[in-house]
Design a protein around this ligand. Structure first.
Ligand code: COA
Length: 221
């Protein structure tokens, strides 16, 4: 059973990553397929994400999942709040009985450097491209570590987008990395301010799975 990682964040909230190697029939035995996902691999990713919801909380009512106009999945009963992400053979999910949540998982690739200007605001770009890059260069660590961190920030913003759930967010304007980044064991704490209508301070936690070249970020409020 390839549960790759599980983190019980608190009594009410669990996070998991599944390594997808089972055939579709394995997931279909548990998960009702409601949407037409034509690509077989994408279908397996989709099913694995939902499977993970019920793996984390066995009484998760999968059949009650609805899709909002923004494409965010939700339970009308709000019995659980949840968020799903997949990349390659990995599916990640976070489920909470009482908090709104968001999660995102990504592979680390050099391409993130060319995408950065699309999601970093001016202050973040200055920090990453000047201060942080120069600091890493001094230690001969510019390439890989830089990409890991940029990917984590991308993760964090995607997780905030999913946590918000209502779409229509500007990644540069509505989500700002502000304050100092701290380490808590394997987790990197990223202080974000969400600014749409009012300001909300969010603590996004991220982690790098170096061996698998994966990053993951989640948040709950
Ligand atoms: C919706 C979005 C966040 C999905 O991210 P992704 O990296 O493409 O895909 P992931 O595998 O991480 O996540 C997919 C899951 O997110 C969930 N999801 C989809 N739309 C969502 C939304 N609006 N809100 C919350 N969750 C959503 C679904 O559960 C989906 O999986 P499923 O269809 O199997 O259930 C992304 O496509 C998006 O629209 N991002 C915001 C816009 C953007 O990127 N702007 C550019 C700024 S540089």
């Amino acid at each position: 059973m390839p549960l790759f990682y599980q983190h019980n964040i608190n009594q009410d909230t669990k996070l998991g990553i599944w390594f997808i190697e089972e055939p579709e029939s394995f997931f279909l035995a548990k998960v009702p397929l409601k949407r037409d996902v034509s690509h077989p691999f994408k279908r397996r990713q989709h099913l694995a994400g939902r499977f993970l919801l019920s793996f984390l909380f066995p009484d998760f009512p999968l059949e009650e999942i609805r899709i909002a106009d923004t494409r965010a999945p939700f339970l009308a009963s709000e019995k659980y709040h949840f968020s799903i992400s997949h990349c390659g053979n990995y599916a990640a999910a976070i489920v909470s009985t009482n908090s709104r949540v968001g999660v995102d998982i990504e592979h680390i690739t050099p391409r993130i450097e060319t995408l950065a200007s699309k999601f970093l605001n001016d202050e973040e770009a200055q920090f990453f491209n000047e201060d942080y890059a120069m600091f890493l260069e001094q230690w001969g660590m510019r390439g890989r570590v830089f990409q890991e961190f940029l990917t984590l920030i991308w993760n964090a913003k995607e997780a905030i987008f999913k946590w918000y759930g209502r779409g229509e967010l500007d990644f540069k304007k509505h989500m700002k990395l502000e304050g100092s980044i701290n380490l808590d064991g394997d987790w990197i704490k990223l202080p974000f301010v969400f600014e749409k209508g009012r300001s909300i301070h969010l603590s996004v936690e991220g982690r790098i799975f170096e061996d698998q070249a994966l990053t993951l970020a989640w948040l709950l409020t």
